[in-house]
Design a protein around this ligand. Structure first.
Ligand SMILES: NC(=O)c1ccc[n+]([C@@H]2O[C@H](COP(=O)([O-])OP(=O)(O)OC[C@H]3O[C@@H](n4cnc5c(N)ncnc54)[C@H](OP(=O)(O)O)[C@@H]3O)[C@@H](O)[C@H]2O)c1
Length: 266
């Protein structure tokens, strides 16, 4: 029986590239995102390459839909070996321009949208004493970014979720990993909400695009070495130059099972 991976946000960008990579490596792939046409197109593409793919339109902010996703995956393949939590949204705005609805939306997708897909298959993982959970965080979950308090709060929470769950679940045979991409060329920033007193200000402080989602994160990633990123306290400045420099100032990255994808370039 092939190994099975379930990926959220698999219709675009990093999730789609990750789905192709897992399929290429022989995994049965379960794809989740809201928009069914795009999702089904990815599934068709994977099947055309001779691999197996199941597309299940799912809103990760709805626990009933996530439960149904897990049930469909188990009906189709009998087990889930790997969960990749990846669906996410972005917003750039000063706090004063970030509405409570904005906060709720971003926390719903970027945090609850990770908690639900862990909660639903967890009994299955625990029963099998096996499984791998990969949470796609962000470098914005490891260092503060200007005018991105809602996004960074959600991603710091994902970092906390990943690191605490790892402590709890590793002794039970379940691996918990974090991947923290830097700026990656996808539709992410195109779809992001930019808001501020001056829209140009918000856009100027947003990360510049440098990497490429067609290169799946793991291909452009290296394992952090202990002490690798320890150093000064300087926050990142504006633009990719600042982000690039911030790499050297990111404190306390866990040396275990963590990687930051440095795809930002000047
Ligand atoms: N791109 C970057 O520069 C960058 C940098 C750091 C971290 N990341 C992280 O990487 C992850 C993927 O980003 P990306 O660049 O690939 O973004 P993307 O191209 O915008 O793709 C986002 C994916 O998430 C899905 N999605 C959004 N809301 C959803 C919901 N409520 N339920 C289910 N699926 C949902 C989208 O499909 P539907 O809209 O059809 O649902 C799409 O498949 C995110 O967690 C992001 O925070 C990205």
């Amino acid at each position: 029986m092939a190994t099975t991976v379930m990926i959220t946000g698999a219709s675009l960008g990093i999730g789609k590239a990750t789905a192709f990579l897992f399929a290429q490596k022989g995994y049965d792939v379960v794809l989740a995102a809201r928009q069914s046409d795009r999702l089904e197109a990815v599934a068709r593409d994977i099947r055309a390459r001779g691999r197996t793919a199941l597309a299940v339109p799912t809103d990760v902010t709805d626990f009933e839909q996530v439960n149904a996703l897990v049930e469909k995956a188990l009906d189709a393949y009998g087990k889930i070996d790997v969960l990749v939590n990846n669906a996410g949204i972005c917003m750039t705005a000063p706090m004063a321009q970030t509405t409570l609805e904005d906060w709720q939306k971003i926390i719903n997708v970027n945090l609850w949208g990770y908690i639900y897909p862990i909660h639903a298959p967890l009994p299955h993982f625990l029963e099998r004493k096996a499984g791998t959970i990969v949470n796609v965080g962000s470098f914005g979950g490891k260092m503060p970014l200007p005018n991105m308090s809602a996004y960074c709060t959600s991603k710091y929470a994902v970092t906390g979720l990943t690191e605490t769950l790892r402590l709890e679940l590793e002794p039970k045979g379940i691996h918990v990993c974090g991947v923290h991409p830097s700026v990656t060329n996808s539709d992410f920033l195109e779809r992001a909400v930019f808001r501020g007193e001056e829209d140009s200000d918000a856009r100027a402080s947003a990360p510049a695009v440098g990497g490429d989602a067609q290169k799946p994160p793991c291909q452009s990633t290296r394992r952090c070495r202990p002490g690798d990123l320890e150093g000064g306290e300087a926050p990142p400045g504006r633009g990719s130059g600042g982000l690039w420099r911030a790499r050297d100032n990111c404190p306390s990255l866990s040396p275990r099972l963590e990687c930051v994808v440095y795809s930002a370039v000047d």
